[in-house]
Design a protein around this ligand. Structure first.
Ligand SMILES: Nc1ncnc2c1ncn2[C@@H]1O[C@H](COP(=O)(O)OP(=O)(O)OP(=O)(O)O)[C@@H](O)[C@H]1O
Ligand SMILES: [Mg+2]
Length: 506
């Protein structure tokens, strides 16, 4: 049919336990287009894409591909109509080989060439697709041994092998280095040139501007606008996402503690397989940034402090006294909290309710002394406060964490650690997957913690603007070493990027 968009969604609706999440989405995208998707945490982006991917079924509405109405009732049906989905939380089988993952739907037990493909053929076929995405690893290797970037490439190889005409990416770069991101963009360009329709969900505006042709903004379960990327700017997009103008992105910082200020934490000569002689002080009331690429050793420094990783040598002083911290429990007893970068594995108990997750580290404070009984009233107040301060979007405190949108899971972990009122707060990529409005709020909360509660913060991030925007001092790490130090205002983004990638050495 002429003039028909390649992908057309009409009045798509979906509710979870009676709560409408998609309220009649109309949307279209073309072949050979990269179509961006923006929206606040919980706006419904992943839900909509899960419907296209056959993971959820819609309550109402119609889907047309190339003018033909399709019913996507399962993931294999999505494969059949040419839709592939590279998930927000990757969904490969860790124990199985790369080749098996790519050829999954065509293996014995799957559809299609039932039982016909032998190992050799399967591996050869998989190799062909791996070459296509430029992933140079043995196809017989278990997927669990790959980095996240490599796993993503496997998902893309799988999409290509299924001859996908529509490929959906849900926040694909949240765990990638900038080099890996550029590699992904190259592949997306190639797919686009071949006429694939690409849907690209992200909270990162620079990515939308870099690779998308058009962008659709979702707010509260409705597609409120679609714009040509060349005809809009980030101010307009921010306003559409949060529904108002964003007054201030980075808050005003309290004055930096001086060089002679008291050190709340001193790290000396941390050395292990990932770190080389890392030493620094965290001053009272300071926000100290650890900047570096993924793998530079930022997380390892924090894990060392928190008693999570083995250290071959090194020591820690807290308020001037040497401490041996051998476990997270000991770290917490010494007034240290740690928000890990890996929320699903370490930060949250997915099976439990939001409420239970929130109060986990502070249960003791909520107990009636001597009886071991949680003061319900106090718990309720604490939880209500966390919901409000962190703008957690959910059905309520009793909802399971696993049912929350990605960004809202992140907010729950953040709220949990902020409430501990420790004197030292270590945050590893605290705004990963968080929408632009909530990011600004989180920056304010970090500054409040320092200003009003006299906390001291170590913030690790690979987003240079974030580090430059809210840190008093910045340590740049590369290959497990601290290679540069800047006070606020001393460095610009470009300098940081050159330093952390070793560009100054060439
Ligand atoms: N399986 C589920 N059961 C109940 N509620 C759900 C389920 N999946 C999603 N929701 C709810 O639907 C809403 C939309 O979630 P969705 O994951 O689509 O948001 P999103 O736009 O992808 O957000 P984010 O940017 O945080 O990833 C949220 O309020 C979420 O809690
Ligand atoms: Mg999502």
């Amino acid at each position: 049919m002429a003039n028909q968009p390649y992908l057309l969604l009409r009045d798509i609706r979906k509710s979870f336990s009676g709560v409408p999440v998609l309220k009649g989405i109309n949307f279209s995208a073309e072949a050979g287009e990269v179509h961006g998707f923006l929206g606040g945490n919980g706006a419904g982006k992943s839900t909509l894409m899960n419907i296209l991917g056959g993971i959820y079924t819609k309550d109402a509405g119609e889907i047309f591909i190339d003018g033909k109405k399709v019913e996507i009732t399962s993931a294999s049906k999505a494969d059949e109509v040419g839709i592939s989905f590279v998930h927000q939380e990757l969904k490969l089988f860790d124990q199985r080989s790369i080749a098996e993952n790519i050829m999954m739907s065509r293996l014995p037990g799957g559809k299609g060439l039932f039982g016909i493909i032998n190992d050799k053929k399967k591996n050869a076929e998989a190799k062909k697709w791996l070459d296509m995405v430029g992933l140079n690893v043995p196809e017989t290797m278990p997927v669990g041994e790959l980095s996240i970037a490599e796993q993503q490439m496997v998902e893309i190889a799988k999409a290509l092998s299924l001859n996908a005409k529509i490929i959906i990416f849900d926040e694909p770069t949240s765990s990638l280095t900038s080099g890996e991101t550029q590699n992904l963009f190259k592949i997306i360009h190639k797919l686009k040139a071949e006429g694939v329709c690409i849907i690209y969900i992200s909270h990162k505006f620079d990515e939308i501007f870099e690779i998308c042709d058009r962008v659709t903004v979702l707010r509260d379960g409705m597609a409120i606008d679609t714009l040509d990327v060349s005809k809009t700017d980030s101010n307009q997009l921010v306003s559409l996402v949060i529904g108002r103008k964003l007054e201030q992105y980075f808050p005003h910082l309290p004055p930096a503690p001086g060089k002679d200020a008291e050190a709340v934490l001193s790290v000396r000569n941390f050395t292990n397989s990932k770190l080389k002689n890392v030493s620094f002080d965290l001053r009272k009331g300071e926000i100290l940034g650890l900047f570096g690429l993924v793998g530079a050793g930022r997380s390892e420094v924090m894990r060392g402090i928190f008693g999570l990783d083995y250290l071959a040598s090194g020591s820690v002083e807290i308020n001037g006294t040497a401490r041996k911290i051998k476990s997270p429990r000991m770290a917490m007893r010494n007034g240290i909290s740690f928000l890990t970068e890996n929320r699903r594995e370490e930060g949250l108990v997915l099976k439990l309710a939001i409420r239970e997750n929130l109060v986990l580290p502070i249960l003791k404070r909520l107990l009636v002394p001597g009886i071991g009984y949680v003061r319900k009233g106090k718990e309720k107040a604490v939880v209500a406060d966390a919901f409000k301060q962190f703008m957690i979007r959910a059905e309520g405190p009793a909802q399971r964490v696993s049912r929350l949108s990605g960004g809202n899971q992140q907010k729950v972990v953040l709220a949990k650690w902020f409430m501990t009122e420790s004197q030292i707060l270590m945050l590893d990529e605290p705004t990963r997957g968080v929408d632009v409005g909530a990011k600004a709020e989180i920056y304010q909360l970090i500054v409040d913690a320092v200003e009003k509660r006299r906390m001291s913060v170590i913030l690790a991030s690979c987003e240079a603007p974030e580090i430059l925007g809210i840190c008093h001092r910045i340590l740049v790490m590369r290959d497990g070493e601290i290679i540069a130090e800047y006070a606020k205002g001393e460095a610009e983004e470009e300098e940081l990027l050159i330093k952390c990638s070793g560009g100054d050495k060439q």
